[in-house]
Design a binder for this molecule. Structure first.
Ligand SMILES: O=C(O)C1=C[C@@H](OP(=O)(O)O)[C@@H](O)[C@H](O)C1
Ligand SMILES: C=C(OP(=O)(O)O)C(=O)O
Length: 437
């Protein structure tokens, strides 16, 4: 695709209301859990992004009948043991979540599966899932580097008590999905609390999954009778974050983001923005399986921030945006304990540093984070920006470019469709709606 011309500094800011697309993590889980439940699951406000469509195709290839009606999906689930072997390798595309959750799900199924993925996914570590699953009796073979392709030889699994070595919702979820198929209860102890959408959704579908008051210890009873449900997917905080940041750093802005998931395991970005002095008003709407709210945000000057390991899981996908916010603040910010960023679609510590430097931002790479110098104005050194095929880098740089009056280009803009196919048109709508406010 040809490079995309970036929007320039909007003199009158961003204005208007936006209904965010469905949450990516929750859309994946609704598909997978629907597939192993009995009967019909209706998924409303499903996120039709490339990553979620990979999960959708995977469950179809595993023998599940799926109906698609615009943003709603209907899954005809076949129960915990109703999946059938796929006739070809399952293509995970670019999606780490699909891969790792499916590894847990297929580890206990009585057939063989092979998982493949694109060039970015092929570099991402999979032993973090295959090794703890092996402790439950799983037989999973990765490539020698611990990556895709992955071969799963489904086995009867046994319950486990396991302490996770990294804070990862994907690893935790893979173990929970495997634990449903084990011969005895399992206990999974997290390093730090991570997003808990799998636990919440499984409870809704009828599983006995308990989270202890320490928020770290999860017990899973095997062989639940899962019943199909209607799931309304809330707006994605990780997508809302681009506009929260845009309105905060562009003078005169005043926008409202509607129906956003404010699950505490995902709101690190709101916490960080508030700490930095952002002008944010949250109107809580409802709290069912997942809490949702409308969020109003206006421009505000920013102070620097320090984030360390304990802060990271609730803000993991928004850290590129934190680097951008920090670059607009009045002093030095630091992010540490974020080495996991090096294992995402790109090495996000390296790509954030490389791309923000093109805009004149001064920052230093650490093995596990970044030190960022805030400046009131930047001196552009390279007008051709690049997503590196990483959706979150492409979107973050599009927001960063709004601070500039120069002609800037973005290479590989199509990467945004991995999580947010309508990103550019949604942003454009907030740049046009001055008179509607
Ligand atoms: O479970 C999930 O849906 C996700 C968990 C996180 O990954 P890790 O579990 O690798 O931290 C996050 O970065 C990813 O975008 C989605
Ligand atoms: C890391 C991400 O997703 P995944 O791990 O599913 O590829 C992301 O969406 O930023």
């Amino acid at each position: 695709m040809t490079p995309k011309k970036m929007f320039k500094l909007p003199e009158s800011g961003l204005h208007g209301k936006l209904l965010l697309p469905g949450d990516k993590s929750i859309s994946h889980r609704a598909l997978l859990i629907g597939a192993i439940s009995n009967g019909k699951t209706v998924i409303k406000h499903f996120l039709r992004s490339d990553d979620c469509l990979n999960t959708l195709q995977a469950i179809k290839n595993l023998g599940i009948f799926v109906e698609q009606h615009s943003t709603d999906i209907i899954i005809h689930g076949k129960g915990l043991y109703g999946l059938q072997p796929a006739s070809q390798p399952l293509d995970m595309g670019n999606s780490g979540t699909t891969t790792r959750l499916i590894m847990g799900l297929l580890a206990g199924q009585p057939f063989r599966s092979k998982l493949i993925g694109d060039s970015s996914l092929q570099k991402r570590p999979m032993r973090r899932v295959s090794e703890p699953l092996a402790a439950m009796g799983a037989k999973i073979q990765t490539a020698p580097a611990g990556t895709l392709p992955v071969k799963i030889d489904g086995q009867p699994l046994h319950g486990t008590k396991i302490k996770l070595q990294i804070a990862s919702a994907q690893v935790k979820s893979a173990l929970i999905l495997a634990a449903l198929q084990a011969n005895s209860p399992s206990t999974i102890i997290e390093k730090l609390p991570t997003r808990d959408h799998t636990e919440r959704m499984l409870r809704k579908f009828g599983a006995d999954v308990q989270t202890a008051p320490d928020k770290l210890t999860i017990t899973v009873q095997p062989h639940p009778k899962l019943e199909g449900q209607t799931v309304t997917v809330p707006g994605d905080m990780s997508s809302a974050a681009f506009f929260l940041v845009a309105a905060t750093i562009i003078p005169n802005s005043n926008i409202t983001l509607c129906n956003v998931n404010i699950n505490k395991t995902r709101t690190g970005i709101l916490k960080a923005l508030l700490k930095m002095g952002a002008n944010i008003k949250i109107t809580k709407l409802e709290s069912q399986e997942e809490p949702v709210a409308d969020i109003q945000v206006k421009y505000a000057p920013l102070t620097p921030i320090k984030l360390s390991a304990k802060d990271i899981p609730a803000i993991i996908d928004e850290l590129p945006l934190i680097a951008l916010l920090a670059a607009c603040a009045n002093g030095q910010s630091t992010i540490t304990g974020a080495q996991e960023l090096r294992f995402k679609e790109t090495d996000r510590i390296a790509t954030v540093a490389q791309e923000l430097r093109k805009l004149g931002v001064q920052l230093k790479e650490l093995p596990d984070g970044l030190i960022i110098e805030g400046q009131s104005a930047w001196q552009i050194t390279d007008s051709t920006l690049d997503s590196h095929g990483d959706h979150r880098i492409g979107m973050m740089m599009t927001i960063a470019a709004l601070r500039s009056t120069d002609d800037l280009l973005l290479n590989n803009p199509e990467a945004v469709s991995i999580s947010y196919p309508n990103f550019f048109s949604d942003l454009s709508s907030l740049l046009k709606t001055r008179t509607e406010v």
